[in-house]
Design a protein around this ligand. Structure first.
Ligand code: NDP
Length: 328
């Protein structure tokens, strides 16, 4: 029999958490044969909502869902956990400066990193969804010295999936025939969705990129600002698509990326592609034997270089803004 996996979801009563939990319970994340124990972490005022979600999970009668436990104490929620989906974060409120938002979240993620370091399973894998996701992941990792840094990742898979969707519409090619898209940088409006190495059905992304007007004025901003246009159109921020991307991220990390393809994820830079060491930056990645590996050796043209550098500069600024919560 397969050892059950312990999965902790923070912000479990939020919109993304709600959408993610049912797909995890149904086996979409770790496979349909993998038994799962769910741990939900919420702020005390949201515990009741999380209990209600747990009642609904119960009513799903999911074959592989062994248990659902709810906590407001991270030490209990992360005890022995194998997978942590860090979705809960402090939202930006009216009048709040960006630096205040970074600071408020840095405090949350510093605490969670330290607790994961103490109580999580040895093979812990962490994906940060709560914004500013890249910097939150860097802070959590900095406070977890005994966990290898590359186990702390931030979600850019939604950006990756959005890029595939836009390419699909533009080229009239189904998503399954599109591969090797890369998202570089920060999960923010400075992100750079790179199609120069992509395959789009019978065509190459480089060929489509020859239409620079489309690339610069349509494709890149549509992907980078998709979150805002969802808010404007739906009247609420993207939730199911973000949850779905988080599930894709962990699924591929655990079970591997498809042969011949790669995906995008933000990992602490080992200095690859000129990205300063330690910045949690999105790269093209493959999962091999349960570990992310950055796809090496891609040729980066001047067009891409300038855009990657701009997003990396933003990551460096974010790090500077929370510098006092990082070890020297
Ligand atoms: P959501 O579930 O909609 O979003 C959660 C986080 O995901 C936010 O930081 C949000 O960033 C981020 N996010 C990342 N990518 C996306 C994306 N593509 N689209 C939308 N959001 C994205 O927030 P809710 O307010 O519904 O729920 C948050 C829950 O977290 C609450 O229940 C709260 O109680 C809980 N919480 C838990 C904490 C903990 O467990 N320690 C700490 C703080 C809060 P953005 O704000 O930029 O949209």
């Amino acid at each position: 029999s397969i050892t059950p996996a312990v999965v902790t979801v923070t912000g479990a009563a939020g919109s993304i958490g709600y959408a993610a939990l049912f797909r995890i319970a149904a086996g979409a994340m770790l496979g349909h044969d993998q038994p799962v124990r769910l741990r939900l972490l919420e702020l005390p005022q949201a515990v009741s909502a999380a209990v209600g979600t747990a009642m609904e999970l119960d009513d799903g009668a999911f074959e592989q869902l062994l248990s659902v436990d709810i906590f407001d104490d991270p030490r209990q929620a992360f005890d022995g956990t194998d997978f942590a989906l860090l979705i809960g974060a402090q939202p930006r409120t009216k009048g709040m400066e960006r630096a205040d938002l970074l600071q408020a979240n840095a405090a949350i993620f510093a605490e969670q990193g330290a607790v994961l370091n103490d109580v999580a399973a040895d093979d812990i894998r962490v994906v940060v969804v709560g914004n500013p996701a890249n910097t939150n992941a860097a802070i959590a990792s900095a406070h977890a010295p005994e966990i290898p840094a590359e186990r702390f990742t931030a979600l850019t898979r939604l950006d990756h999936n959005r890029a595939i969707a836009q390419l699909s519409h533009h080229a009239g090619v189904p998503a399954r025939e599109i591969s090797r898209v890369s998202v570089w940088g920060n999960h923010s409006a400075t992100q750079y969705p790179d199609i120069f190495h992509a395959r789009v059905g019978e065509r190459t992304g480089a060929e489509l990129a020859e239409d620079r007007a489309w690339l610069i004025d349509d494709f890149i901003p549509t992907v980078a600002k998709r979150g805002t246009s969802i808010i404007e159109t739906r009247g609420a921020s993207s939730a199911a698509s973000a949850a779905s991307a988080a599930i894709d991220h962990v699924h591929d990390w655990f079970l591997g990326t498809p042969e011949g393809d790669w995906v995008s994820a933000a990992l602490p830079s080992p200095g690859a592609y000129g990205v300063p060491e330690g910045l949690v930056c999105s790269f093209p990645v493959r999962a091999v034997n349960g570990h992310w590996e950055i796809v090496e050796g891609l040729e980066i043209n001047d067009f891409s270089r300038a855009r990657i550098d701009a997003s990396v500069a933003e990551l460096a600024d974010e790090r500077a803004a929370v510098g006092d919560l990082l070890p020297a």
